[in-house]
Design a protein around this ligand. Structure first.
Ligand code: NAP
Length: 246
């Protein structure tokens, strides 16, 4: 009988893994249900929260899940903490898949901060016009910003929003040429981003370097405890060794 894998997703890596699980593994991808038109992975998909760590542990038992891969976004810290607790409680093997963070080159003018709130403070100090790509969550931190902000996110954000802003509803992947055009058109002086890592949204960093403007980078929360890999191939290996085809 096929082994059941719960794959916590919402990332390009999770979609790549769902499409490449070893034979003998039945994957159920889980999405939070945050975006209105999600990029759906191959195979079975469930949508919505579990009801905290306890709800997730119940789900793992009820669905007779054999293993879990947490391939959520590096900044999705609550679900990662919940799944670590649920896996510990049920004894079900858990692997975290976290893409590597972005690496700064000598040509980059990056300013690292520890939170969205610090990013908001620094934005006002560094620029009058900024491109904000930190997602819908945490925009309230920019509500009192003096800068004009071009806010790019997938779905419309909830108020409170900064007084001076323009919304740009869009999703990656982006190209360097496209990002350069955006920076020029809006006379952007600063890019604000989380250290999401990966190639999907990295073009803005190359564009900022080429355009000669600084970037405020929000550092990642601590990675979850336990086994962790950075690449989809390593997650496939883990599955093959652990619960893959007999
Ligand atoms: P979060 O703060 O860690 O999670 C908040 C709650 O949302 C969790 O407690 C859980 O609810 C539910 N949840 C989160 N991910 C889930 C999943 N994959 N399946 C089912 N329920 C999930 O997460 P977040 O930062 O809001 O991110 C939500 C989703 O968007 C994640 O799947 C993540 O991969 C994706 N995403 C996040 C970002 C980002 O910057 N944070 C960027 C791109 C994509 P319950 O407690 O009820 O189970």
């Amino acid at each position: 009988m096929a082994k059941k894998l719960l794959l916590l997703g919402g990332t390009a890596e999770a979609r790549a893994l769902a499409a490449a699980v070893p034979s003998g593994v039945h994957v159920i991808s889980s999405l939070a249900g945050r975006v209105s038109r999600p990029n759906l992975p191959e195979g079975e998909v469930r949508v919505g929260g579990f009801g905290g760590a306890r709800g997730l542990a119940d789900y793992l038992r009820t669905e007779r899940i054999d293993a879990v891969v947490d391939a959520t976004h590096p900044f999705a810290a609550s679900i990662s903490a919940n799944v670590a607790d649920a896996a510990a409680e049920t004894g079900i093997p858990l692997l975290s898949l976290r893409r590597p963070g972005w690496e700064q080159s000598e040509a980059d003018d990056w300013h690292w901060v520890g939170s969205v709130s610090e990013a908001a403070t620094l934005t006002d100090r560094l620029a009058e016009r900024a491109l904000l790509t930190t997602g819908r969550g945490g925009l309230a931190e920019f509500a009192d910003s003096r800068a004009w902000l071009l806010i790019r996110c997938v779905d419309p954000p909830e108020p409170p929003l900064p007084a001076n802003h323009q919304l740009l509803l869009d999703r990656g992947p982006y190209t360097v040429d496209g990002e350069l055009t955006l920076l020029r058109t809006h006379r952007i002086q600063l890019v604000v981003t989380k250290d999401s890592g990966g190639s999907y949204t990295a073009a803005k960093l190359h564009a900022a370097r080429e355009f000669g403007i600084p970037v405020v980078v929000i550092a990642r929360p601590e990675p979850p405890k336990g086994p962790l890999v950075e690449h989809v191939e390593d997650a496939i290996d883990w599955l093959s060794r652990g619960i893959g085809a007999e």
